[in-house]
Design a protein around this ligand. Structure first.
Ligand code: HDD
Length: 755
């Protein structure tokens, strides 16, 4: 028998006086609440974690359980206790002098409960506050073994990972789909210690020297007087900074491109940004740039979708990631490296590898795949894992070393420092999500939140009292040894090298590499963002920067702002486009794409059932959209409605299908009877369906209709032969054609571009 039901029955009996009623005020016998809502009275085992949430059982070096074992320890036993493990009989009422009397100061349970609540919030990250994360595994192909001795890059090595994606500017409660750079931070729990690859979804950065990081972030964050706008770069201080600091031009252009509004975390590239130095077993070194390549391709929202999603579903990306993993559509990325000879100049084909505002085009240095990342498990507790995870670019393992990139140097300070405030002390590596999976045997002691009970009396080296333990490792026993790079004889200066001063040729390459439709999106983004600025001088300076990238770009944005287009102040750089930078023109797997099926109670439900099966069979997600919730049809074959006209909005779907009416008599084509189509109060197409279809059309999504469902499209003036519209006799054949269209992500022909 169901224990919850049994318990509920008992309480009901008590209320109705048919059983042994709870005696008022006696601990151990819960009283029914005034609404008579039954609460279980018998303890039962907590619900097991969902399959994708149960972490591996491991023990940390300090003897603490981690993963699922730790989760059980945090919430163990059947009864509610206080923080000291003492059982409580009531947690809903303060201790009072009489039921209507004053609350007593001696109520230490009230005091403890509210005290803990008062301190539940910790400072959010100063940047990248809004994030979503998942566990997974990294399987090495072994192809990097020749250039790096890192054990996790050896052939066949499998390493647990935790990946956190984020936006940069917004606070923890801000929307996911804002125009911004996305963080892509990966913690590899390797057998040689933790390696963190703390990257972004863009390969370049705003600044070349970490000393400017507070400035760019102050400029991007909300204005200090009114604290607006939230999570936006469309405001004066941001544009003031990036136009006065032209090294930001390349990154700003990436931000204004479709890369600034990804469709999904699953469909983003990731980049280590800096040049790193790999060290092979024989001591030879290679300079590299890290790339994450998503198996589903790199795709973006269109700007209107991103804005609608900000209101309709601010958790759009977070939900998408968690839902996909829970459904078993585990996202995958290939890790790749571009390799460059480790010469004293640290340049490649004239490109300074220490300047983080530069890319090296993939056509010049191909990305070589070295392993596969699969995210396969959602966190079981957001705070414990996603919030408390602490990344640091200085978490390195033997075989991976740093370069003299001045941006990286500052980061090596910042990431440790910030955790001391955010995670309240220096022991954050003992928090379960941050614990290395390799043994820890340091001589660090004490401090706030010290979890370990260290043994021994001699936490110093050398010592004789603890038998000389711990011992030092050497190169042959896996020690991390810094590469003995020669530092050129130099004079102390506060200045940038001359090679950091070209701020326009790389942005120009990016612009020239874009397809016509991507250029339109960029023009639209600059026009929108600068249109939100109040200061004329800021807009004029921004146009000057654009003129130095490309005169056409500048002229179009100037036109939108109603300002004259300035002449360039630097000659346009003679650069070759890099086709790999464009997101348009290829096809990709459609796994996990969401298909909305619009129908009503009189719709072709047999057809809807068949289409649902076909969508599932193709590894995608069908969502039936109908006027109200519940079921359509009767009996075992009834179709469950997942979205109503009130809850469905176009942004959720990658494609839409409109069902018509069931075939009447001998007409195999179905009926265009208006009754089968979802109608609104006046009998016309329901306005919410009109909005759904017209938005999907405007956003370049594939739309299909069968059995007369195209009457809905006709009502909106969408022709049956419009690009990306498929009308057919049965839903499954229409679906096949939609899938082909979705492989290109969008119906690009629908976007108007100049001839
Ligand atoms: Fe940073 C967080 C990525 C430059 C200072 N950064 C942070 C996160 C990512 C990046 C993905 C979120 C990590 C997480 O999910 O917890 N940051 C970058 C990249 C950079 C970069 C790709 C340039 C190539 N960052 C950068 C500089 C500084 C910082 C130059 C400071 C001088 N970053 C921080 C920080 C954060 C951070 C303040 C905030 C929270 C945290 O570190 O743990 O220390």
């Amino acid at each position: 028998p169901n224990p919850i039901k049994r318990a509920a029955d008992k309480v009901t009996e008590a209320i109705q006086g048919t059983g042994a009623g709870p005696e008022e005020g006696i601990p151990g016998k819960p009283a029914p609440d005034s609404a008579g809502v039954a609460e279980p009275v018998e303890p039962r085992e907590p619900l097991p974690p969902k399959p994708d949430q149960s972490g591996p059982d491991t023990m940390s070096p300090t003897g603490q359980a981690t993963g699922a074992a730790q989760a059980r320890m945090a919430q163990s036993g059947a009864y509610l206790t206080d923080a000291q493990g003492t059982r409580r009989y009531d947690t809903d009422h303060s201790l009072k002098a009489g039921a209507r009397g004053p609350v007593l100061l001696q109520d230490h349970h009230l005091r403890e409960k509210v005290m803990h609540f008062d301190h539940e919030r910790i400072p959010e990250r100063v940047v990248h506050a809004r994030g979503a994360a998942a566990h997974g595994v990294f399987k090495s192909y072994g192809t990097a073994a020749a250039v790096s001795k890192a054990a996790f890059l050896a052939a066949g090595a499998e390493t647990p990972v935790f990946v956190r994606f984020s936006t940069v500017l917004g606070s923890r409660g801000s929307a996911d789909t804002v125009r911004d750079t996305r963080g892509f931070a990966t913690k590899f729990y390797t057998e040689e210690g933790v390696f963190d690859l703390v990257g972004n979804n863009m390969p370049v950065f705003f600044i070349q020297d970490a000393i400017k990081f507070p400035d760019i972030i102050h400029a991007g964050k909300p204005h200090p007087d009114r604290e607006i706008p939230q999570a936006q770069s469309a405001h004066d201080t941001f544009w003031d900074f990036v136009t006065l600091h032209t090294e930001a031009t390349h990154h700003t252009l990436w931000n204004m491109s479709d890369r600034g509004i990804p469709r999904s975390y699953r469909m983003m590239e990731g980049f280590g940004v800096h040049t790193f130095r790999l060290v092979a077993a024989d001591g030879s070194t290679t300079l590299v740039k890290f790339h994450w390549k998503p198996k589903l391709g790199v795709h973006s929202l269109v700007w209107e979708e991103a804005q609608i999603a900000g209101g309709v579903d601010p958790d759009f990306h977070r939900r998408d990631l968690a839902d996909a993993i829970e459904a078993g559509a585990c996202p995958e990325w290939e890790l790749g490296i571009q390799t460059f000879p480790d010469t004293p100049e640290q340049t490649f084909e004239g490109i300074d590898l220490l300047d983080a505002t530069n890319i090296v085009p993939e056509e010049l240095a191909p990305v070589q795949p070295i392993g596969l990342l699969t995210l396969n498990r959602n966190p079981s507790n957001y705070f414990a894992e996603t919030e408390q995870v602490a990344f640091h670019v200085g978490h390195l393992v033997p075989g991976i070393d740093i370069t003299d990139d001045p941006l990286l140097a500052g980061r090596l300070f910042s990431y440790l420092d910030t955790q001391i405030t955010r995670l309240a002390g220096p022991n954050f590596s003992q928090i379960p999500i941050n614990r290395p999976h390799s043994p820890v045997n340091d001589m660090q002691r004490d401090g706030f939140h010290q979890d370990a009970v260290h043994r021994g009396v001699a936490p110093y080296r050398p010592n004789s009292l603890d038998g000389g333990c711990p011992f030092l490792a050497g190169a042959d026993t896996g020690a991390y040894i810094e590469t003995p790079v020669r530092v050129p004889e130099a004079t102390k200066v506060r200045e940038a090298p001359e090679s950091f001063s070209d701020h326009f040729s790389q942005p120009r390459r990016f612009w020239l590499s874009m397809s016509a439709v991507e250029r339109e999106h960029i023009i639209g983004a600059y026009t929108f963002e600068l249109g939100k600025c109040y200061e004329q001088a800021v807009k004029e300076r921004a146009l000057q920067v654009l003129a130095n990238i490309d005169v056409e770009l500048c002229a179009r944005v100037a036109e939108g702002l109603g300002l004259p287009a300035p002449e360039p102040t630097v000659a346009p750089a003679d650069v070759e486009p890099s086709p790999a930078l464009s997101q348009v023109g290829q096809t990709w797997p459609t796994d996990g794409r969401l298909i909305g099926i619009v129908t009503g109670p009189d719709g072709d439900l047999d057809g809807v059932r068949a289409v649902r099966e076909a969508v599932l069979g193709a590894g995608m997600v069908p969502l039936v959209i109908a006027p109200t919730g519940g079921k359509l049809g009767a009996g075992e074959d009834a179709v469950t409605v997942q979205r109503t006209f009130a809850t469905a909005r176009s942004i959720e779907f990658d494609a839409l299908l409109v069902a018509g009416a069931p075939a009447a008599g001998g007409d195999a084509y179905g009926s265009r009877d208006a009754k089968a189509l979802p109608t609104g109060p006046q009998g016309a197409l329901d306005p919410r369906v009109s909005l759904l279809l017209s938005e999907a059309f405007r956003h370049g999504k594939a739309i299909g209709a069968w059995a007369g469902g195209d009457a809905a499209l006709e009502a909106l003036g969408i022709a049956a032969d419009a690009p990306g519209v498929v009308v057919g006799r049965d839903g499954t054949s229409v679906l096949e054609q939609l899938q082909e269209l979705m492989a290109a992500h969008r119906v690009w022909e629908r976007f108007v571009t100049p001839a």
